[in-house]
Design a protein around this ligand. Structure first.
Ligand SMILES: Cc1cc2nc3c(=O)[nH]c(=O)nc-3n(C[C@H](O)[C@H](O)[C@H](O)COP(=O)(O)OP(=O)(O)OC[C@H]3O[C@@H](n4cnc5c(N)ncnc54)[C@H](O)[C@@H]3O)c2cc1C
Length: 328
């Protein structure tokens, strides 16, 4: 469409030139002058449109809902396909060191919310898989979402039909991990403490094509592990071969972390300064992501955008603000 408009512009410019040669009539000059102004406006419009097709924090870009499916009444998955194929492979650009999100606009109440893209795609019949090696599927984005029954944006998203077009901007880097080496011996380990969809940033760095090179100790709180839907086998597979360990705390089975603090404490390691053995996980930093109440128990609340002091269970294991990062 844009290519054709560009052809039209250059065709009309040539036409305009051929008409003004020799300055024949006032009428013709007026026509060609007007056409030139209109055409340059059109060229500007086309270039703007062209640029706005690429995801950017500066403007909103249109994506079509290519898959929207419930996991249960509280969780759903959403796949978004850009109307124009993306030129930039954000997965290669971000690697696994940057935790990033995009903002989705709710046009009726004019609010945006951040969501964490995952390198996954729907391949038919409800099957979800990781992007094949080296592929970024021209910018498809996949999300694991919680539907708050009285929340504005996620509830609205959960009800949109496939084919519906929505607007996004981004990417936004929410946190950057220290650079890691691909050399297994000099990479470092991390511990992650997540609740609900707070697992999404960890899934992001685990499932990408250049996944986090160190080992990951994961403690995840949920109602039941089935809340994760298709993410569960993908995460467990990514953690196999001694890449990491995932412990579930399922509140529906009486294992709310507030009820069994001793069991949780026994699984939280002390902070390390380097990898100490090839067999156990020696985390040098901890990432914590979940609702306010979860953060309060695990590591102390955030103070607005500020991190706030490290308290809770992690503080009792000698973790502090030099090695803990709280995600929202
Ligand atoms: C960097 C980042 C990444 C994120 N990634 C994800 C992700 O991948 N998946 C995901 O599901 N979420 C993610 N989130 C959370 C997401 O941005 C939204 O906060 C979430 O979807 C809730 O938005 P909402 O508009 O649906 O609900 P909101 O309208 O914001 O409501 C949220 C909660 O507050 C309650 N509430 C609303 N209004 C009031 C009120 N007046 N008084 C008391 N309670 C009220 C609602 O009942 C609900 O429980 C991320 C957030 C950040 C900052």
């Amino acid at each position: 469409m844009y290519i054709r408009l560009r052809d039209l512009i250059s065709y009309t410019r040539n036409l305009s030139r051929s008409f003004t040669v020799g300055g024949t009539s006032r009428h013709l000059k007026w026509f060609t002058g007007g056409a030139a102004v209109t055409i340059s406006g059109l060229a500007y419009y086309c270039n703007e449109k062209w640029d706005q097709a690429e995801l950017s924090p500066e403007h909103f870009t249109k994506y079509r809902i290519s898959y929207n499916d419930r996991i249960d009444s509280d969780h759903f998955m959403l796949e978004l396909t850009p109307l124009e194929s993306q030129k930039v492979d954000l997965w290669t650009a971000m690697r696994s060191e940057k935790l990033w999100s995009v903002q989705i606009k709710q046009p009726e109440c004019m609010v945006v919310r951040n969501y964490t893209p995952l390198p996954l795609e729907h391949v038919g019949n409800g099957r979800i898989q990781r992007f094949s090696k080296g592929s970024y599927e021209e910018g498809k984005l996949f999300f694991y979402l919680k539907r708050y029954h009285t929340g504005e944006v996620a509830r609205w998203l959960s009800e949109l039909p496939e084919g519906h077009v929505i607007e996004l901007r981004g990417p936004y880097i929410d946190h950057e991990l220290p650079k890691q080496s691909n050399d297994k011996k000099s990479s470092y380990d991390i511990a992650t403490f997540t609740a609900g969809t707070g697992i999404a940033p960890i899934a992001q760095i685990l499932l990408t094509n250049t996944p986090f090179a160190g080992r990951i100790l994961m403690l995840h709180s949920c109602s039941t592990r089935q809340d994760l839907g298709p993410l569960k086998p993908l995460l467990e597979e990514a953690l196999s071969n001694k890449r990491g360990v995932l412990h579930y705390f399922e509140s529906a089975n009486g294992r709310d972390i507030r009820k069994i603090p001793n069991e949780v404490m026994a699984l939280i390691p002390k902070p390390h300064t380097e990898r100490e053995s090839e067999t156990s996980i020696s985390p040098i930093l901890s990432l914590v992501c979940g609702p306010d109440g979860y953060l309060a128990t695990m590591t102390g609340a955030k103070h607005g955008l500020l991190q706030g002091p490290v308290l809770g269970l992690l503080a009792q294991k000698n973790w502090d603000s030099s090695n803990v990062f709280k995600l929202s």
